[in-house]
Write a protein that binds this ligand. Structure first.
Ligand SMILES: C[S@@+](CC[C@H](N)C(=O)[O-])C[C@H]1O[C@@H](n2cnc3c(N)ncnc32)[C@H](O)[C@@H]1O
Length: 253
């Protein structure tokens, strides 16, 4: 099977992975951001933080988004340390974040042993203007390598991405655009293994399978694990994501 999806806590599952089997860790953790003050960050749900009050959807909340910045840094460091151990030499780590958590994320990446190699902007044209200030239309993708890049591979990937969050068929509050993820997974060699410890609705995994990579995912929320399983299964069986949307995973929260 080209994919394995674990239901459970990422730290526990990663601790059980063998050494040196992963070609790329590509993940979109809960940012633990979204508030101006510590109280706002730690008392609001992810749904309240990341969706506007007038959002026209009822997508489910997700866990793990209430850490303050210091405990977030420590937690992410532990996860990226386990990922580093499970990674092969020349593996690459790719971690999504926002402007507020970018310093924590680059600290965690480096403290976990990865060599920080850059930060890629992801520009979202469809984002709300901010009266009296700059529009927040970017998120960031921090990346690093285990020891060094494999320079024998003739691949040249983009240094930025422009794509809005999916609207049609969106199934997760913070779902990433499949077209962006299809480019990013190419950092793993063809047939190589991509690990996403925070699988959500499975976008990284769908992109990995579509681009001929294997996938290992972990998701804590049963609701989102069920959605990810359905999307991965549809992808593996040659169904389109539209087929998945029509069939629907059902509301299993
Ligand atoms: C930002 S979302 C990922 C969204 C994903 N990129 C997508 O396109 O659907 C982060 C996910 O991590 C999950 N999560 C939170 N804490 C976790 C933990 N300790 N272990 C595994 N998954 C966790 C949440 O349930 C959430 O679905």
């Amino acid at each position: 099977m080209p994919y394995t999806l674990h239901r459970g806590d990422a730290r526990t599952v990663l601790a059980g992975l063998p050494d040196g089997i992963i070609d790329a860790v590509i993940t979109d953790p809960p940012y633990n951001s979204g508030g101006r003050t510590s109280a706002e960050r730690t008392t609001k749900t992810a749904r309240a933080k990341y969706t506007s009050g007038d959002a026209g959807h009822t997508l489910a909340n997700f866990p793990g988004d209430n850490r303050d910045q210091r405990s977030y840094t420590r937690w992410l460091t532990e996860l990226l340390t386990e990922s580093y151990r499970a990674a092969k030499k020349h593996a690459v780590a790719v971690v999504f974040t926002d402007w507020r958590q970018e310093p924590c994320t680059t600290d965690a990446l480096q403290m976990a042993g990865w060599t920080w190699s850059g930060t890629l902007p992801w520009i979202k044209p469809a984002s709300r203007p901010r009266k009296g200030g700059f529009k927040q239309s970017s998120e960031f993708i921090v990346w690093g390598v285990k020891e060094s890049l494999d320079r024998s591979r003739a691949i040249y990937l983009p240094g930025h991405f422009i794509a809005s969050q999916p609207r049609k068929g969106r199934v997760h509050i913070t779902q990433k655009p499949i077209e962006v993820m299809r480019e990013i997974v190419q950092i793993a060699p063809p047939g190589g293994t991509v690990l996403d410890p925070f699988t959500g609705s499975g976008t990284t995994g769908v992109a990995a399978l579509r681009e001929g990579r294997q996938f290992i995912g972990v998701e804590l929320s049963d609701h989102y694990a069920t959605i990810a399983e359905a999307r991965l299964n549809a992808e593996e069986n040659g169904l389109t994501q539209d087929d998945f949307i029509l069939a629907g995973p059902g509301d299993t929260a």
